[in-house]
Design a protein. Structure first.
Length: 329
C-alpha cells in the first residue's frame, strides 16, 4: 500500500498577500500549488488536499447581499458549498494539467463535503467568528434588526457579523473519500472545513456556521489513517515567542512538548493555536507524524528538510517490553 498524506493548504496558496483575488491570480497560484503537490506524488504519496475558503466565501456573501434585490439570497452554508465548487474546480484543473504534463495517469476528484457538528455545541449559542465585510454602526444595527445577525465591533474598522465556529465531529462523505484514495485518485475535499450540518435522525440540515479547516482536516486525516498530516501556513516553522527578540523555531518536537508550549501561551487562538491543536488531536487519535510549514516549503517539509515536525511521544520502556512479549507469542 502506498503512503498517504493529507495536505491542508491555507488561503495564501490561492490568494497571496497584496492580490485582489481575481480568477487570473487564483489560476496562477493554483498552478504553483499543483507543482508542489506533484513533488509529493514523486515522493510516493497518495494525496488528499483540503483548503481554506475565507476570501472566496466572503465574496459569495457580498454578492448575495448586494444582489438581493434582483436575485435570491444565499445562506452561509450554501455560500460555503459554492466556494468549495469554485476552488475545487480551479485546483482540480491545475492538478490535472500538472499531472498530464508529467505523464502521470492519476485521476483528480473534487468532492463537495459536509461536516457534522453538534447542534448543542456551546459555540452554537456563543458566536465568535467574524465573517464578511465591515459595516458602519447604522448599517450593522439595521442588519441586526432585519436579519437577526449578531454583530461585533472592530474598533479600527467598523462592525462585522459573527457566526458560530463549532467543533467538527465527522466528515459525511468519508467512505467515498477513502474509496477514491484507495483507487489511486488525488482528492480535493473538505474545503473551508466542510459545509456545517447537524444530524436530525437520519436527515442532515445545514447550519450557518464556520468550521476551522485545520480542525476538520485533522478529523479527516484520522479517519483516513494517513501517514502524514501537513498543514500549510504563512510561516516556515512553528515559533516560540513569535515576533519577539526571543523568537525561536521548533524543528522536531514530541506531542507532549508541543502541548506544554501551547498551555504556556505560545500559540494564540487567532493564529497558530488551532493548527497546533489540530495536529495534537491527530496524533492523539493514533496519527504517525504531522508537519507545519509554509506552502512554498511543503516538499522540503515532507522530506524532513524544513518545517516543524511533530511526532507521537515514545512508548515508555515497560510498554515496549509488553509489545515485544506479545509479538514473540
Amino acid at each position: 500500500m502506498f503512503k498517504t498524506a493529507l495536505v491542508a493548504i491555507g488561503g495564501n496558496a490561492l490568494i497571496r498577500a497584496g492580490e485582489k483575488g481575481t480568477i487570473a491570480e487564483q489560476l496562477a497560484n493554483t498552478r504553483r500549488t499543483a507543482a508542489s503537490i506533484r513533488k509529493l506524488i514523486d515522493f510516493g504519496y497518495g494525496v488528499v488536499i483540503t483548503h481554506g475558503n475565507g476570501p472566496q466565501v466572503g465574496a459569495q456573501l457580498l454578492r448575495s447581499e448586494r444582489a438581493s434585490d434582483v436575485t435570491y439570497s444565499q445562506t452561509l452554508d450554501v455560500c460555503g458549498a459554492a466556494s468549495q465548487g469554485e476552488i475545487g474546480y480551479l485546483l482540480a484543473q491545475a492538478l490535472h494539467n500538472e499531472l498530464s504534463t508529467a505523464k502521470l495517469d492519476i485521476p483528480v476528484v473534487c468532492l463537495i463535503t459536509q461536516t457534522v457538528v453538534a447542534a448543542y455545541d456551546p459555540a452554537m449559542v456563543h458566536p465568535s467568528k467574524p465573517i464578511g465585510p465591515f459595516y458602519s454602526r447604522a448599517d450593522a444595527e439595521e442588519k441586526q434588526r432585519t436579519l437577526g445577525w449578531q454583530i461585533v465591533e472592530d474598533a479600527a474598522r467598523g462592525y462585522r457579523r459573527i457566526v458560530p465556529s463549532p467543533h467538527p465531529l465527522e466528515i459525511v462523505e468519508f467512505p467515498l473519500i477513502r474509496e477514491m484514495v484507495n483507487r489511486g485518485a488525488l482528492v480535493v475535499c473538505t474545503g473551508g472545513g466542510g459545509i456545517p450540518v447537524v444530524r436530525e435522525g437520519n436527515a442532515l440540515r445545514g447550519v450557518e456556521a464556520v468550521i476551522d479547516k485545520d480542525r476538520a482536516s485533522a478529523v479527516l486525516a484520522s479517519q483516513l489513517d494517513v501517514d502524514l498530516f501537513a498543514i500549510c501556513t504563512d510561516t516556515d516553522y512553528v515559533y516560540l515567542d513569535y515576533k519577539t527578540p526571543a523568537q525561536a523555531p521548533l524543528h522536531q518536537v514530541a506531542a507532549s512538548e508541543l502541548e506544554a508550549h501551547h498551555r504556556a501561551g505560545h500559540f494564540p487562538a487567532g493564529n497558530m493555536g488551532p493548527k497546533v491543536e489540530s495536529v495534537l488531536s491527530f496524533l492523539r487519535r493514533g496519527g504517525k507524524e504531522a508537519v507545519i510549514t509554509s506552502f512554498d516549503l511543503l516538499p522540503d517539509g515532507v522530506t524532513g528538510d524544513a518545517g516543524t515536525h511533530i511526532i507521537p511521544d515514545p512508548l515508555p520502556i515497560e510498554d515496549h517490553e509488553k509489545v515485544e512479549v506479545y509479538t514473540c507469542r
